[in-house]
Design a protein around this ligand. Structure first.
Ligand code: MG
Length: 189
């Protein structure tokens, strides 16, 4: 299988890292329990320009200091031996170096890495069999295109339920879905 894997809030805990630095920048004290929006900066009442200023100052530190989710790196190392792995992130290209270095730091192996906003287009072109992601808009787009997506449970994607979307609370459940999908793909051949 060709497996596409998002970075933020899929491989690593982007919420905790963003909250830490956004709180630092704003003097606020939001915690993960407050998060209800995929776009965290909106909780702080910032417009896009204000958010850009914070990100320009802290963007590198946010990404470098993010912590992997439990068993994410271990599972991807195992999958890498058997499958094609593409990391597919919508991070701006300016964060390529810190992203690549972070993946090396935590020994997360992959064959390709893409910095793209159009994940459906990229996955279609690259013949990705399944995307693992937390973004509700990506899940909807993949489901509409009848492509499977494993959706990492997050507070901002709770309402999304439809065919082709497989929910996972953690990387153990991700693995279970991948095993099921692989079996189905083999049967379909
Ligand atoms: Mg994400």
């Amino acid at each position: 299988m060709h497996i596409g894997i998002d970075l933020d809030n899929t491989i690593l805990d982007a919420t905790a890292a963003h909250l830490h630095f956004y709180n630092l920048a704003s003097g606020r004290a939001f915690t993960p329990a407050d998060v209800n929006d995929f776009y965290l900066y909106r909780m702080y009442g910032w417009n896009k320009a204000e958010r850009e200023a914070v990100v320009a100052r802290y963007g590198h530190d946010i990404h470098w200091n993010s912590i992997p989710y439990p068993l994410a790196a271990e599972n991807i190392r195992e999958l890498y031996g058997k499958h094609r792995i593409s990391v597919i992130t919508a991070r701006p290209l300016q964060y390529k170096d810190v992203s690549v270095n972070w993946l090396e730091r935590y020994e997360v192996p992959y064959h390709e890495i893409y910095f793209v906003e159009d994940k459906l287009g990229t996955c279609t072109e690259a013949e990705v069999d399944v995307l693992i992601d937390d973004g509700p808009h990506y899940a909807e787009a993949f489901a509409r295109a009848r492509r499977p997506v494993i959706l990492i449970d997050q507070p901002y994607n709770g309402g999304i339920e439809r065919e082709h979307i497989y929910r996972a609370r953690d990387w153990q459940e991700v693995r279970q879905h991948l095993t099921d999908l692989e079996r189905r793909l083999q049967t379909a051949d």
